[in-house]
Design a protein around this ligand. Structure first.
Ligand code: ADP
Ligand code: ASP
Ligand code: MG
Length: 453
């Protein structure tokens, strides 16, 4: 059995949905499949905006829902589906919830997740109806009914172990009916709807893959695999035929949007290969993510396989003379950050200072934490910083790589502000100013991915 996950553009309109149906039918000829779908492209953003409009009463949320309904209805009509009102029935309770939000002028994480869940609920129902109409019996299953049990951290819920017991007894009859599961969605033990974080449908696919012991998890998207850099920023980026779980995890974590960072974990635990494939170029072999790969020297024997960049980060620098021989200083710093619910991404330390990055959304929390941090260190918060990350298995074997990276950054006229290297020695991460990031990314790509191995 394989899991096939289709992202927003793969179900973005009637034509894309038809292509997707063809791919599912093709796969179904060789064995059972479980399908996972995202919301139609742009719909999750729209639902979030509608929720906000209801809270602030800035725009009539119900007329925005009409537009949302019309968008899905147009897809249904384009697919010549019957009983469109039944398919779009979830929209009725969406209206009720929005009336409640507008009345109370209050939008909780719980109601936001409830509202946003409609994107995947609708696309799964439409996709299941399309497959059935084409002669392949299918049924839509919502994430919570598929056995994905989470905690109550709305917006970025964590999956609970109960999930592994529940999925196999919830997603059954795969041989006769194709399940079309909503990506991105889970439910608490109490039956509240939750979401797994933006882009979380990839994670849903991996969760189902692990829960059902799939032989492969396929992520169908709008590019032909994981590329050596974001193709929107580096035109000459190339598809990487193979990556290890480790490499893919680093790339996803440091900003390669093509795959959600949490996707790798269930796949690694269950030892299931992941493939990233293009719905619009289905015969392209894409990228295979596997436990080990050969040659170990990186793509075509290169040290660096891919480079990511992530803009708009904060850098927190802490300097303390007391850090010298002061036991527990770092622990104090992290206790303060934890109390303010700040999650840091990269860290570099020296004897008297520590530097770390966090996403821009933590700016207010960090500003609140600063007075406490200043009690134990000289603290400085900088905004507008980009994290660049070079990843490749081959870096372990090539001691000169760091030199090449920083020489290229220097030639691009940028100043490196912080450097960090993972213990696994397959990534080098550093920080530059946002306005330098694109230039540095291109220079690194030219030097390390396209230049001589
Ligand atoms: P989906 O809706 O199918 O989940 P996403 O938009 O989440 O698709 O992810 C695919 C997009 O990720 C691509 O269109 C591409 O612009 C972007 N992307 C960023 N970095 C990379 C990379 N290194 N390789 C491939 N795609 C990347
Ligand atoms: N629809 C959700 C989002 O836009 C989940 C996903 O597409 O993976 O974030
Ligand atoms: Mg995605």
């Amino acid at each position: 059995m394989i899991v096939m996950k289709f992202g927003g553009t793969s179900v973005g309109n009637a034509d894309a949905m038809r292509r997707t149906a063809e791919l599912i039918e093709r796969a179904r000829r060789t064995g059972p499949v479980v399908v996972v779908v995202s919301a139609m492209s742009g719909i999750t953003d729209k639902l979030l905006a509608i929720a906000e409009a209801a809270r602030t009463r800035s725009e009539d949320p119900l007329s925005l829902v009409d537009a949302l309904r019309a968008h899905h209805e147009a897809a249904c009509r384009g697919l010549e589906l019957d009983e469109v009102d039944d398919l779009l029935a979830p929209i009725d309770d969406l209206r009720d919830v929005l009336r409640g939000v507008a009345l109370l002028r209050e939008l909780t994480g719980r109601s936001r997740d409830y509202i946003v869940s409609h994107g995947e609920m609708l696309s799964a129902r439409i996709m299941a109806a399309l497959l059935t109409a084409r002669g392949l019996p299918a049924r839509a299953i919502d994430g919570w009914d598929a056995g994905i049990v989470t905690d109550e951290s709305h917006g970025a819920a964590a999956v609970l172990p109960e999930t592994w017991r529940r999925i196999p007894v919830s997603v059954t009859g795969i041989d006769s009916v194709v399940p079309v599961v909503t990506g991105f969605l889970g439910g608490t033990e109490d039956g509240e709807r939750t979401t797994l974080g933006r882009g979380g449908s990839d994670y849903s696919a991996a969760i189902l893959g692990r829960g059902l012991s799939a032989s492969e998890i396929q992520i169908w998207t709008d590019v032909s695999g994981i590329l050596s850099a974001d193709p929107r920023l580096v035109k000459s980026a190339v598809v990487l035929p193979e990556l290890t779980f480790e490499e893919a995890a680093e790339l996803a974590y440091f900003g390669a949007k093509v795959i959600h960072p949490k996707t790798i974990e269930p796949a690694v635990i269950a030892g299931i290969p992941v493939r990233v494939l293009n719905t619009f170029e289905p015969d392209h072999p894409g990228t295979r993510i596997v436990r080990t790969r050969t040659p170990a020297g990186g793509a075509e024997g290169r040290a660096v396989a891919a480079i990511t960049s992530k803009k708009k980060n904060l850098v927190l620098s802490l300097e303390s003379t007391r850090m010298l021989a002061a036991e527990g200083w770092l622990a104090t710093v992290f206790d303060i950050l934890k109390a303010h619910r700040i999650s840091v991404d990269t860290i570099a330390t020296s004897e008297v200072s520590v530097c770390m990055t966090a996403e821009a959304r933590y700016e207010a929390a960090l500003a609140r934490a600063l007075p406490e941090l200043e009690r134990v260190a000289r603290a400085k918060l900088t905004t507008g910083r980009s994290i660049l990350c070079c990843v490749g298995l081959g870096m372990r074997e090539r001691p000169g790589t760091a030199g090449r990276i920083f020489a290229a950054v220097g030639l691009a006229g940028a100043n490196v502000e912080m450097i960090s290297m993972g213990a696994s020695a397959i990534n080098i991460t550093f920080v530059v100013k946002d306005e330098e990031a694109d230039r540095v990314l291109s220079a690194l790509h030219t030097e390390l991915v396209q230049g001589p191995a």
